[in-house]
Design a protein around this ligand. Sequence first.
Ligand SMILES: [Zn+2]
Length: 372
Amino acid sequence: MQFVDVVGQQELKNHFITEINSGNIAHARLFYGKPGYGALPLALAFVGYLFCDQRLENDSCGVCPSCLKVQKLQHPDLHFSYPSVQADAEKSTMLIKHWREQVNENPYFTELDWLSRIDPKERNMIISVHESHDIIKRLSLKAYEGGYKAMIIWLPESMNAQSANKLLKVLEEPAPKTVFILVAEAHETMLRTILSRTQVVRVPKIEDADMKAYLRNEGKLEPSAIDRIVIQGDGDFIQAMAAFDNVDDSTANRDWFIKLMRVSYRKDVLGMLDWAEEVSGATKDSQKVFLEYALHMVRQSMLKNYTGDQLTRLTQDEDAFLANFARFITGKNLRDFMLTFSDSHYYIERNANSKILFTNISFQVMRYIHAA
Ligand SMILES: [Zn+2]
């Protein structure tokens, strides 16, 4: 993992590069932020840069033997610790194969992704005192390659008091050239004694412009689709990728919503029947997603009316449509709109005839709009 592979976070990257080049490196730090903001990828890129034999100005070289070993997570001086389920019997080193697979597949992942990978029964995970012992043992070895040693502890909040206390001493006075990086989701639940021994770094949301630049490089996406993914992602790469997978749906949803409002406003009965026919031809899942989207748009219209654009989360296309349409959603009909869409969602789940149901929706919407 190089810095270039980490989405956004340029400010933190610059900070780390300066720190590493200065040679004056904090020996224990804690990154915290939602997994989709990229704390773990940043930690990996940090170590990659620290270990690189031919550092470039802005990144590790990516091709020297150290870089290659870090990329494969097989550098002998790069250690990992993470929660596991069989606290008494299992050490991180025993799960390293799963860990490498997960990080290589996608370094942006959640606790649940990890849990479902290591334990189909999804029991509670912890970093046990047994594991803390092992961390100390592994770090007491001499660096194989004579340079730095690094220990990345993922989700340190899953240490109990006993295992955290075990690590205090080594966090405070690690052997020379040993670097700890704790990668947490939240720091509020961590022991104060741990926090006081680490340099705490908040990993913020990815900026919209950075997410947009990343998606543009992916190619193949229309600007309106990129806008939608960026909005739904809300600075979180994992969330953005989920939206990315549904991008075709979201364009269809927008088009269906606009068409519904137009034909209903014009009292264009043939157009309404045509619309119902089209939507009822989609899969049941798509129909449900559409109804959720319609609820979202009704709420956004209300927000637009009351707050201007301050609180709305809309793409450019949607915003342009709502600029004219939002005035048709008022205190008089808001509840009717919400009930129609949420009740229909309920009936679809219970196998209602979707053609009748969507035809009904269009007639109700026609009434509500003209009652505004
Ligand atoms: Zn290198």
